[in-house]
Structures are given as C-alpha cells and as structure tokens.
Design a protein around this ligand. Structure first.
Ligand SMILES: NC(=O)c1ccc[n+]([C@@H]2O[C@H](COP(=O)([O-])OP(=O)(O)OC[C@H]3O[C@@H](n4cnc5c(N)ncnc54)[C@H](O)[C@@H]3O)[C@@H](O)[C@H]2O)c1
Length: 397
C-alpha cells in the first residue's frame, strides 16, 4: 500500500516541500564533507632538514595526510662545518615522502619568504629553522640574530599577510630564561642532579622570569623570536605558539660538538672518538625529549589553536624523585608527552657524558670548554669535585 506523506504547512507556504529541502540539505552536507575530506592540507616547515623539522615533515605527511613544503638551505653546514651538513636528511625526505617539495630558501631572505608563503598559502606553518648554539652565536652575532629573530619575523609577517588563519608553531627554547634557573638550588642524587626545591618538582613554569638574567647572544635572539611569536598572537590574534624545548633528540639529528650532544655522543662512540664532558661530576642534569614526541605535540596545537601561547616542552622524568602531580606542559596541552627513558637508569656510561647545562641550568659565562675538564668515554673525570664551578659553562643542546 502506497503511503503518502502529508505535506506539512510551514508558515502557511503552500510551495514548501520538506522532502525537497531534506534532499538539498543532504546533498549540501555531502558536498561539504567531500570537499573537506579531499581538500589538500599543506604544511610549510622551516628547517625541514634538521632534527625537529624533518620529524614534523614525516609526521604530518604520513600520519595526517599533509602535503609538505620544506624550507632549508643547509645553513647548519655553514654554522658548524661539514659535520653539520643536513643534505642527507633533505634527500631522505625527498625520497621517502610523497609530494614533498623542498625550497632552497634562506629565512633571512624577506622577499623570498613573503613570496613563498603567499604562493603556498599553507594551512599550517611550523618554524624550526635556527642558529641553535650558544657558543656559535658569540662568534657570528649578526648571522645568529638575523636567522633567529629576523627570520622568525619574516615568517610571521608572511603568515599574517597570506594565511592569518593558519596555526603557526615556533620552536623556541628554554634558554629564553637565561641563567635565571641557576638560582634554584640543586640536590645531588646518585646519578643526576635535580631541583632541591619541591616548588620546581615539575620544572620551571612559563611564568618564570626571563628578565635580569644572562642569556648568551643565542638566548637573546631566541627571546626576541619567542616574544614576537607571542605578540603576533596577542596583537594580531594569529594562532601562534612558542614551544620552549629543553633538550631534544632523535635519530635524524646531525649532531656536532656545539649542538645535538646526544647525537654527537653516539657518533663519537661509534667512531671511537673522545667525547668531552664538562662538569657536574659527569652526572645527568638534562632530560631529553624524542623528536617523535614533539611532532604530535605540535599537531595537538594545530587541532585546537589559541593565540599567543607559550608552552614549555619538558620531559616527564620517570627516574627522578616521585612526584604526584602532572607537569604544567601536560596540563596545558592534553597530549601524551612521554619522554624517552632517561639514560641514567639504563646506560651509566652515557649518563656520565651528559653536558652540564640543562633545562634548569642556563649559561652565565662565555668561557669555552677547557680540556682540563675533559672526560673520555671511560667516564673517568680528570677533576672530580670541579663540577659546581663549571655550572656556569655555556650549555650545548
Ligand atoms: N635540539 C635541541 O635540543 C633543541 C632544544 C631546544 C630548542 N630547540 C630549537 O628547536 C629548533 C630546531 O632545532 P633542531 O635541533 O632541529 O636544529 P637543527 O639545526 O637540527 O635544524 C635546523 C635546520 O634549520 C636550517 N636552517 C638554519 N638556518 C637557516 C636559514 N637561515 N634558512 C633556512 N634554513 C636554515 C638548518 O640547515 C637545519 O637543517 C631550533 O629553533 C632550536 O633552537 C632545539
């Protein structure tokens, strides 16, 4: 038996057919779903051949289906010499990532950056290109500031002009606090140093002072970038965030003595070269975050962006003293920010080779490494007890 629906009268309009309208709505919903699910999402990653940049490229391409545009001019080889050459990583991305586009652009090239962002109009920007070393910055102050501060400004302004809706994630550093964290008393544990003051059980908060401290030129240029990223969020309401990383590591770091210590340590180990340790009795002062954990953290911000956010990326510390509360960074972005195991529990030889300045111990003096304090891979300190004096040595990331 045919069942005929009665046409309801809607506002007395005799021409309204609700079946037609439902059909139209369904078509509209389907078209918008189809469009959004097939729309190409693009990400622009500066420093794409570096440790964090390359991890972000892989994560967003493979995990989230983004088309990736990488920007890198192998400046790391200029900063650190042939050992810092990142071309191998660029080639890896070009070979392994479908649709990956490499742009040989220097982020200091303002016109080039503005033009690129205008052309690509990325749906996300992740900015990781930097001069990343304290010690190097003192020798190349213009290159350092132009790359870290001005390069960041170039990218921010390009984003504001071309794609102000696109989340902008900047890799900042905990070195924005300068040596201020050195005022916090440390407790010497069996294999590592930790804060003596429970107030800092979960690390220092984002509200910790960046003022009245010595930063090194590198720290100062990163402060400029960090504050500018926050300002583009607060002043222009762009969805920006600055992640203040501590010590980041991963298999794709082109480690050199002045930056990427864990990668460099492994390299020294494999090649049978001496690795120098400076101070702290060779005990661990840093926790490391794997680059694999940084990329999903960024994608969590991209999924729920806010304007002008500044967040500390700090590793959870399974081997440190047992504290019950979760870390601030975990609270502020609900992602699984697990750390790689701290090496103190698994590899004492490596622990003894960790350099002195950490998430909590920033630089105070520009003195260079002294061979008197060197320690070989055997872990024998040439001057035990010297460590506290060496707390002021510039750190190597
Ligand atoms: N690695 C760490 O432990 C650590 C810790 C805290 C913060 N950070 C920050 O995270 C970011 C990424 O660090 P990383 O370890 O991946 O560094 P990285 O040196 O491995 O990667 C940076 C990349 O940027 C490129 N680059 C540098 N200057 C450039 C320029 N002017 N134009 C274009 N490309 C340029 C380099 O060639 C390199 O491939 C940096 O901002 C760094 O300060 C790193």
């Amino acid at each position: 038996m045919a069942y005929r629906l009665r046409r309801p009268s809607l506002g007395g309009n005799p021409h309204f057919d609700w079946r037609d309208s439902t059909r139209k709505l369904a078509v509209l919903l389907f078209v918008s779903w189809f469009y959004s699910s097939t729309m190409v999402k693009t990400i622009l990653v500066s420093g794409s051949s570096g440790l964090i940049g390359s991890e972000v490229c892989v994560y967003f391409a493979r995990g989230l289906g983004y088309t990736v545009h990488g920007v890198d001019n192998n400046q790391r080889a200029v900063f650190f010499g042939p050992q810092g050459d990142t071309r191998w990583n660029q080639r890896r991305l070009e070979r392994d990532l479908k649709g990956f586009v490499h742009h040989e652009i220097d982020i200091r090239d303002r016109a080039g950056v503005l033009d690129l962002v205008k052309t690509v109009k990325p749906s996300v920007i992740v900015h990781t290109a930097a001069q990343p070393s304290h010690d190097r910055a003192a020798a190349i102050p213009f290159d350092d500031f132009d790359t870290n501060a001005v390069g960041t400004l170039n990218l921010l302004e390009a984003a504001r002009q071309a794609c102000p809706e696109s989340p902008f994630v900047h890799m900042s550093t905990n070195k924005v606090y300068g040596d201020a964290p050195n005022s916090i008393a440390l407790a010497e544990l069996e294999t590592r140093w930790d804060y003596a003051d429970e107030t800092y059980a979960h690390g220092i908060p984002e509200t910790f002072t960046i003022d009245q401290s010595k930063h090194s030129l590198f720290g100062a240029s990163k402060v400029a970038a960090d504050v500018m990223v926050q300002e583009y969020g607060r002043y222009f309401n762009l969805p920006t965030c600055a992640l203040r990383g501590g010590c980041l590591t991963g298999p794709n770091h082109t480690g050199v003595e002045l930056h990427g210590f864990l990668s460099y340590l492994v390299k020294c180990n494999l090649e049978g070269r001496e690795y120098k340790v400076f101070g702290y009795k060779g005990k661990q002062v840093r926790d490391n975050i794997h680059s694999l954990d940084v990329a999903p953290f960024m994608s969590a911000f991209v999924a729920a962006p806010r304007a002008g956010k500044s967040t500390i990326l700090e590793a959870a510390r399974p081997t440190a003293r047992p504290f019950s509360k979760r870390s601030r960074s975990q609270k502020s972005l609900p992602v699984n920010l697990r750390s790689t195991p701290t090496w103190s529990s698994t590899a004492p030889a490596i622990t003894s080779a960790i350099t002195p300045i950490c998430a909590r111990c920033a630089p105070t003096t520009p003195s260079g490494p002294s061979p008197n304090h060197s320690r070989t891979r055997s872990g024998k300190s040439s001057r035990p007890g010297e460590s506290d004096k060496r707390r002021t040595k510039y750190g190597r990331r």
